[in-house]
Each structure stands twice: as C-alpha cells, then as structure tokens.
Write a protein that binds this ligand. Structure first.
Ligand code: FES
Length: 329
C-alpha cells in the first residue's frame, strides 16, 4: 500500500479498555498529509495484518494523527496486537488518510456514537466547533469507566453540546432516541458510528421517525451482512457465490476466482500486488478500477449511488455478475 513512515510519539489510557496513540512522522520521513474529519488510516501491524482506524483529532492539527483503539478480545486480533506491541518509539507504516465518511453540507449536524464509534465523530465535532456550525454530539457507552475519550470530551470546547449516556445508569439508545432524532428536519444531517446492533437500531428508529435515508450517514466497524469464512480465511457474504474470471489489464492474464475464494486472495496468490486493510468491505482500501464487466458489490463502505456507477470494486469481498471482470491493475 502507499505508505507513510510514522513513529508512536505517545500512548495514553482512553478508558479501561482503550488506548490513545499519537503518531508523528518518523525522523527523516515526509510530513504527514492533512486530513478531513471522518477520515481513517490503515495501520500495518505485521506482514499480513493491516487494520483501519479513524483519526480522532482535529483536522486543523498538522503534524500528528491521533487514533484510539479499544481492545476487543473476541475480535480478529488486530486490537490485541496493537495494544500489546505499540509502544512509544515504535516505527510503523500507515496509509495516507482516506475518507468515506465525510461531513456533508447541512445547516445542522447530529452526531450519534456508540462506544469506540466516537472516534470519527470526535474529529467531526472538532471541525464543526472550529467553524462554529450548529451540532450536538451524543455518546452512548456502557459505563463511565469504559467510555473512550470521555476526559477529552468533558474538557472539550464543545462539552456543552455533548451528551454522554451510560447504560449502567439505564440510559441507552434502546430506552429512547436522542430528542434531536425524534424531530426530523430537512436541513439536518445525522451521522452514526458504533457497533452493528447499535447502528442498526438507531438507523431503523430514525428512519421510522421520518428521517430520509440520504440524511443518515454511517460508518461501520464490522460488516452488517452475515458472513461465512472462505478457505483462505477471508470472508464473503452468504449469498450464493459462483466462479468467474478476473483479468488484469496490464498483463492480460486471467485468474479464475472459485466460489470459495475472494478476488484479492486469488490475485495475491498469483503474485499480483493489491492493497488490503479490513478485508471485510468496510474501509475502501482495496477499491480497484473496473474497465469491463459488471461487479456484484458486497461492500458496505460506499453509498448505493457510488456502487451503481460500477467503476470500482472492493476486491476483498465483492464478486462478478458477468463471467469476466477486467480490472485496471
Ligand atoms: S480491504 Fe477494506 S474494503 Fe477491502
């Protein structure tokens, strides 16, 4: 992947289970590019272990990236590796920031975070506060001890526009939506980020309250679609998969993609270099231009309109509706 050399400048506790990492350009390396609120970076943690993490500092800050990572003992291992191995002074390779969850033009913004889903929304809140735009931030957590970045929220310039909810006090999104979501407003944009069940519930309730789907912007940390493992350990959706051929434009070589393997897996095995990060269709790192053929999109990182253009495909999870796909690689 296109990469930046960084060094872990500082590590701090962000909650009982979360660490905050400050990354700066490594000595002699290029300066860090600027980023937009909602952007994430891919962090290379090992030869075949890359994970996406949202940037949670203000986009106005130059010279450092902040990420916050909650240790998930039931996850695929990225957060455990990161908590164990990332110490001050460690050099890392990361991707430049990319943004699939941008702030949109709206008169008012409602930000709704569940747990570690606060990270991109915190960067958005910083950006909105800096431009004095009207917004409110709701953060739902299990308890004060387990609320990522709570101290920073409480000390922020937008603390008065922040409402923190703790489920151990009976205050959950299931006991009632934030008041702002009960009154749909055509000039307001809603952003939701958090665990899958949280996002599904908030989105469904907000839609039932009268918000239009185009007003609700989401970013997932895990795919909502049930998935089954492939032989290679990657994931595909449970929708029936069939074999097809993927052809590389630069070489003309075609590679058969069996039903139980992903395009990325087949290309990697064939020695074709591809960019990967989440390998679940939720980060966009593997988006590849399509020159011919009709992709069967299975990612959750792009809008329906973006997928309908059929000009790019997430090769970690998507497949083909035509016998052959020609990729611009
Ligand atoms: S690697 Fe993240 S969408 Fe494909």
């Amino acid at each position: 992947m296109q990469s930046l050399d960084v060094i872990v400048h500082a590590v701090s506790l962000a909650s009982a289970t979360s660490h905050s990492y400050e990354l700066r350009a490594a000595p002699g390396a290029a300066a860090l590019p600027s980023f937009e609120a909602g952007a994430h970076i891919d962090v290379r943690l090992g030869p075949s272990l890359v994970r996406p993490y949202s940037l949670c500092n203000s986009p106005r800050e130059t010279g450092r990236y902040l990420i916050c990572v909650r240790r998930d003992d039931t996850g695929r291992g990225g957060s455990r590796t990161l908590h164990r191995d990332l110490h001050v002074g460690r050099r890392l390779r990361i991707s430049p920031p990319r943004n699939h969850f941008p702030l949109v033009a709206a008169r008012r913004h409602v930000l709704v975070a569940g747990g570690i889903g606060i990270t991109p929304l915190l960067s958005m809140a910083e950006a909105l506060a800096a431009r004095e735009a009207p917004f409110v931030l709701h953060h739902y957590t299990s308890s004060a001890a387990d609320a990522p970045l709570l101290e920073r929220l409480v000390a922020s310039a937008f603390a008065e526009r922040t409402v923190v909810h703790h489920s151990d006090r009976g205050d959950t999104v299931r006991t009632g939506l934030p008041a702002e979501l009960l009154a749909p407003d055509p000039d307001t944009a809603v952003y939701v980020c958090g665990p899958d069940g949280f996002m599904t519930h908030v989105t469904a309730e907000a839609t039932a309250a009268g918000w239009l789907p185009g007003q609700i912007h989401t970013e997932r940390f895990a795919p909502a679609t049930p998935a089954t493992p492939t032989a290679a350990g990657a994931e595909v959706t449970t929708e029936a998969a069939t074999e097809f051929t993927v052809r590389i434009a630069s070489t003309g070589i075609g590679y058969p993609v069996p039903a139980d393997r992903t395009i990325a897996d087949v290309l990697t095995s064939g020695g074709v270099e591809v960019e990967l990060s989440c390998e679940q269709g939720i980060c966009g790192a593997c988006l590849t231009p399509v020159l011919a053929g009709e992709p069967d999109h299975r990612d959750e990182v792009r809008t329906p309109e973006e997928r309908a253009a059929d000009d790019r495909i997430t090769i970690c999870c998507s497949r083909s509706r035509t016998p052959e796909l020609l990729l611009d690689l």
